[in-house]
Write a protein that binds this ligand. Structure first.
Ligand SMILES: Nc1ncnc2c1ncn2[C@@H]1O[C@H](COP(=O)(O)OP(=O)(O)OP(=O)(O)O)[C@@H](O)[C@H]1O
Ligand SMILES: [Mg+2]
Length: 314
């Protein structure tokens, strides 16, 4: 059976045909290696399909990591409707745009969230990176590098889908965490996303988190299926980073504009986030292969020249 047939059969088993966006684009080349600095873990949290829970994952994984004494910086890079601040009840006055305009410094823009995690609102500003002169880019880089000593983990909340923006954040990060729900369309779109990252950018290593799972078995099945198809047709290596239970406390915490793990620490989903935070701490990336936080920013700024990028069929 071909890959489309195999995916269809998986999806069919799960209750209906799925859809995937057959879009891709072309961005950058190589990432420089680590130059011996103490590594910052840079994780892009992404998904093929929208609304699968990325922003909740970033907010709650971030909070759970602070409980393990990690210094967390969240980059809210969703250029659509950024709502990290909304779900955490924060009101950022400024964003990356103000830094680019020269009106504010990075430290003026960063806000403190629950558990002391820092949030850099960047949804406005990211698109403008491509318009900067070389001197402005260097100035911004040195500002951003000042975050280096204060951060253990950088989490990036991306938009959904295969747009150029999402791709370049993913390719600049050390680790790509794909969030998928057990719904058929989410599964096919997660596969489409990995396929684009592999075919266009040679990315062959992913982490997978199953969100809104009814139980561990359902989540494991989603992982097994995606891992099987990914390995068979694209030779992908996909690590299982576990699952987050479907839990009504998530929506309650969102309505209360509080981090779930802070507000309902003993809820089923909160316990899953604590497990996920431990997995993140145990899975330190190989720092020789991908850069650290300063390289992340360099990649982002350098590759912003590539925006907007042409979307083509894969
Ligand atoms: N584990 C869960 N259990 C129950 N509800 C959940 C869970 N995870 C997320 N949700 C609900 O799903 C909705 C979408 O979540 P979220 O905004 O985090 O998705 P997203 O992937 O960031 O969306 P977008 O692609 O639009 O940025 C939220 O209203 C949230 O309450
Ligand atoms: Mg979101």
């Amino acid at each position: 059976m071909d890959q489309a047939g195999t995916l269809r059969s998986i999806v069919k088993k799960r209750g209906g045909p799925g859809s995937s966006e057959n879009k891709s684009m072309d961005i950058k080349g190589e990432l420089p290696g680590n130059e011996g600095n103490s590594p910052v873990q840079v994780i892009a949290v992404t998904s093929g399909k929208g609304g699968v829970g990325k922003t909740n994952v970033v907010a709650n994984l971030g909070y759970a990591l602070t409980r393990l004494n990690k210094r967390v910086l969240v980059l809210d890079a969703d250029v659509g409707l950024a709502n990290m601040d909304v779900i955490l009840g924060l009101s950022p006055k400024y964003n990356l745009q103000h830094v680019l305009n020269g009106e504010k410094t990075i430290s003026d823009v960063i806000i403190s969230g629950p558990g002391g995690m820092k949030i850099l609102p960047a949804s406005s500003g990211v698109q403008e990176l491509s318009d900067l002169s070389k001197a402005q880019k260097l100035c911004l880089l040195s500002e951003l590098n000042s975050l280096y000593d204060e951060t253990d983990v950088l989490l990036i909340d991306t938009s959904a889908g295969i747009s150029s923006n999402v791709m370049y954040f993913n390719m600049a990060a050390q680790e790509i965490l794909i969030v998928v729900s057990p719904e058929p369309t989410s599964i096919t779109d997660a596969y489409a996303m990995m396929k684009v990252l592999f075919l266009k950018h040679s990315e062959n290593h992913f982490r997978l988190l199953v969100n809104s799972a009814r139980n561990a078995e359902e989540a494991r099945e989603v992982f097994n299926n995606l891992s099987l198809v990914g390995q068979k047709f694209l030779n992908l290596s996909i690590d299982y980073w576990g699952y987050i239970m479907q839990d009504d406390h998530v929506a309650k915490a969102v309505r209360q504009q509080k981090a779930l793990v802070e507000r309902y620490p003993n809820s089923p989903a909160s316990r899953c986030f604590s497990d996920l935070a431990k997995i993140v701490c145990e899975n330190r990336p190989n720092t020789s292969s991908r850069g650290n936080i300063s390289f992340f920013w360099e990649q982002i700024i350098e590759n912003s020249d590539a925006l907007p990028l042409e979307v083509s069929k894969i």
